[in-house]
Design a protein around this ligand. Structure first.
Ligand SMILES: *[C@@H]1O[C@H](CO)[C@@H](O)[C@H](O)[C@H]1NC(C)=O
Ligand SMILES: *[C@@H]1O[C@H](CO)[C@@H](O)[C@H](O)[C@H]1NC(C)=O
Ligand SMILES: *[C@@H]1O[C@H](CO)[C@@H](O)[C@H](O)[C@H]1NC(C)=O
Length: 258
């Protein structure tokens, strides 16, 4: 392995490997009223990630075309029904995040339901809202069938399972909201959620890699430890060590394959 490719490998693994982002939205609701303010944010994103959308009038349109952008965030101050659509984050290289579907309602009643799939076993609360205040009472429907009448406008589904998936809407005094889909995803196999687990592995990998390289270099060249952690191309005197150096690197790579 040449040192240039080694450097490329290390930099791709250690500085830029979090090639993913998560889109979040505030308020976290699949439906919003016309004229409401909505902020979209690309979380865990490095530079160059921007919010894009597909609507009935936009195709992969960037934030600049329809919102106010600040870094990896994008805000629409007054939502319009034509802002209804699918939103996601995209990097300059074309990587994409999760998508979020937002419906901007012209009706007097909206259903606030989670924008992201909820985890099996979680409790999920759906809220029926009118423009004025929380409604005194609301009827909730799943797939067109009335399932509950709640006096405070909130319906909580306890320990959701796949069977709770479906299209939900609510009704207040004869006025119905639009429908929104509730998605339930399976329980993860580990206790850490995937992005966190990923990041931990990468950090562990980087620390151990740099530590081993630094230890090796210290031992091989007897150089100052503070200098040895810096990855510099070898001098001519060090060229002969390249083979051993490669062995260390492949050992590290094998140990931390993921
Ligand atoms: C956005 O629209 C384009 C063109 O219709 C389509 O190829 C793409 O899959 C859409 N993206 C999303 C996230 O829906
Ligand atoms: C229901 O709709 C009617 C007609 O659009 C409206 O006057 C009334 O205020 C609405 N009720 C609620 C609770 O939003
Ligand atoms: C809720 O109330 C409406 C009448 O307001 C009734 O038609 C419906 O069956 C009720 N739903 C449930 C689940 O009790």
């Amino acid at each position: 392995m040449k040192d240039t490719s080694l450097l490329l490998l290390l930099s791709s693994l250690c500085c830029c490997s979090t090639d993913s982002a998560r889109l979040t939205v505030t308020p976290s609701s699949s439906q919003v009223f016309r004229d409401e303010r909505v902020s979209l944010r690309c979380e865990d994103a490095s530079d160059g990630w921007t919010v894009r959308r597909n609507t009935s009038i936009d195709n992969r349109a960037e934030c600049e075309d329809w919102g106010r952008s600040a870094g990896s965030s994008c805000t629409i101050s007054y939502m319009h029904p034509l802002d209804s659509g699918v939103y996601w984050c995209e990097s300059t290289e074309g990587s994409t995040s999760n998508t979020i579907t937002i419906t901007v309602s012209d009706r007097s009643v909206i259903l606030q339901s989670p924008v992201l799939p909820v985890m099996e076993g979680d409790d999920v609360t759906l809220t029926c809202r009118t423009k004025m205040a929380d409604p005194p009472s609301a009827d909730f429907f799943k797939d067109g069938v009335s399932i509950r009448n709640e006096s405070d406008g909130h319906m909580t589904l306890h320990h959701v399972s796949r069977s709770d998936e479906g299209l939900y809407k609510c009704r207040v005094q004869g006025n119905e909201s639009a429908e929104s889909r509730l998605s339930v995803s399976g329980k993860p196999t580990t206790t850490m959620d995937p992005p966190t687990a990923d990041l931990h592995l990468v950090v562990l990998y980087c620390i151990s890699t740099f530590l081993m390289v630094s230890l090796y270099r210290q031992r091989a060249t007897g150089s100052d430890p503070s200098v040895s952690v810096v990855m510099t191309p070898p001098t001519h005197a060090e060229q002969g060590l390249d083979d051993d150096y490669d062995d260390v690197m492949s050992a590290v790579t094998t140990e931390h394959q993921f």
